[in-house]
Design a protein around this ligand. Structure first.
Ligand code: LRH
Ligand code: MN
Length: 431
């Protein structure tokens, strides 16, 4: 397995931190043992965790106001994969990359696949893009794509999604995420039912092109870029469409795509109950689709989502395999540092959800012992599982403290010299 970072540097970094980690791990182990929980089992569980990286997240993101590129930005998909390889090497929690087309379209998918597998990376769900017009594109998506009034526009959008499936197949991907920004800015701009009927017609054509072992993920979003009515605005519409389309259509929950204070963990429970929970785009937000680092604003919500996933796993067993992906925009931090930290925050909620004594919780719930039921969850959330996450990394050959190790390697500075900005090349893809 090729390593972007010299493995000796990781080993040297870990050697300095191992003794303290062993002490913290032993201390946590005895606390958990008193609760009847085995820290070794939890560490083994932590090592099974995996979340996909968004290829568009390794470049510096921005807003409609501005983007302030960082040093050593990746300038093409191969450099994006190189940065993803660093994140996986130092966390061992991000073995796959979710690509976005046409941003990541490459003339040589075989080279991408070879580079990725040499670095222990695979390709997760691919994302289509009918929310931007590409150069020399026939039809504009200004007034929608899969829902557009004009048949030629819808056909172009369907063809693009089918092309994404072909590109994804060449890379070993098994899923297509379809997010469309289609909607209206003014009441009366379009017929609300007509738009959804056209959406379903288009999606049926894309669904027909799905290989037998593929899934299609419908991603809902309350608003932006449409500011009055978004065609797929909420989980209910997404669920109805996934049901209408068939068993290979599932619903994808992007945490930032809801009105503030929406009970997202309940949406997760609902979609799982009806067998349509396909996956997640993890991030965090305070107001809109802020795409901030996962767990950075509302870590309790992230924990509660994983608590619902643990409940589903207890009911449905291993058959339940939702797709975990990060979808973030890093406007003021080093994207590699943010993605490493975010993967670990999602892993933290995954491990904390395993600390919940579900037997005791059900008993308190059945006996309406509200306070102890709530405290059963809080105890798990308040438990600092950092030693488990760090030990899982150390045992998987990753860095005990990925950000400190990454900074010590000077990787970003090195890339700043190796990757002089290419004219016009936009590292991230979002803006
Ligand atoms: C839309 C979205 C979608 C991606 C895009 C980059 O807001 O969450 O998942 O295609 O961000
Ligand atoms: Mn998303």
């Amino acid at each position: 397995m090729d390593k972007v970072i010299d493995h000796g540097q990781v080993a040297e970094h870990n050697a300095k931190l191992q003794q303290n980690l062993d002490a913290d791990y032993a201390a946590l182990g005895s606390i958990l043992a008193r609760r009847g929980q085995d820290i070794e089992q939890l560490t083994a569980k932590a090592q099974t965790f995996a979340v996909a990286l968004p290829s568009w997240g390794v470049g510096t993101g921005g807003t409609r106001f501005a983007r302030f590129p960082g040093k050593g930005e990746p300038r093409d998909v191969m450099e994006k994969l190189e940065d993803c390889a660093v994140i996986h090497q130092l966390t061992q929690a991000t073995p796959t990359v979710s690509l976005h087309f046409p941003w990541d379209k490459s003339s040589d998918p075989a080279a991408m696949r070879e580079f990725a597998s040499k670095h222990g990376l695979g390709f997760d769900t691919v994302n289509s893009n009918t929310f931007q017009d590409q150069a020399n594109q026939e039809q504009t998506y200004k007034f929608g794509s899969l829902t557009a009034n004009a048949k030629a526009v819808r056909e172009q959008a369907v063809a693009h999604n089918i092309e994404c499936i072909e590109l994804g197949r060449a890379l070993g991907s098994k899923g297509l995420t379809v997010w469309v920004g289609d909607g209206a800015n003014f009441p009366g701009q379009h017929n609300l039912r007509g738009a959804l009927e056209r959406y379903l017609d288009s999606m049926r054509d894309i669904y027909k092109a799905l290989p037998a072992d593929w899934l299609m993920y419908i991603e809902h979003k309350l608003f932006e870029p449409a500011f009055y009515a978004t065609t797929i605005a909420d989980w209910g519409t997404s669920y109805a469409c996934a049901n209408e389309l068939g068993p290979k259509a599932k619903c994808l929950v992007d945490l930032g795509h809801h009105a503030p204070n929406t009970n997202i963990e309940m949406i997760v429970a609902r979609l799982a109950q009806f067998g349509k929970l396909g996956g997640f785009h993890f991030n965090d937000s305070k107001y809109g689709d802020d795409d901030l680092d996962s767990g950075s604003i509302n870590p309790f919500q992230l924990f509660l989502i994983f608590n619902e996933l643990a409940d589903v796993a207890q009911r449905d067993g291993d058959a339940f395999k939702p797709s975990y992906m990060l979808d973030q925009s890093h406007n003021v931090t080093d994207p590699i540092e943010s993605l490493m930290s975010s993967a670990i925050e999602v892993q933290r909620s995954f491990v904390q959800s395993a600390l919940v004594d579900r037997k005791a919780l059900s008993a308190y719930q059945e006996n309406n012992d509200v306070l102890l039921a709530a405290q059963t969850l809080k105890q798990a959330f308040r438990t600092d599982v950092s030693p488990i996450l760090a030990m899982a990394r150390a045992r998987s050959g990753a860095a005990i403290d990925p950000v400190a190790c990454y900074r010590a390697t000077g990787y970003r500075e090195k890339q700043a010299t190796l990757r002089p900005p290419k004219a016009g090349a936009s590292g991230s893809g979002i803006v």
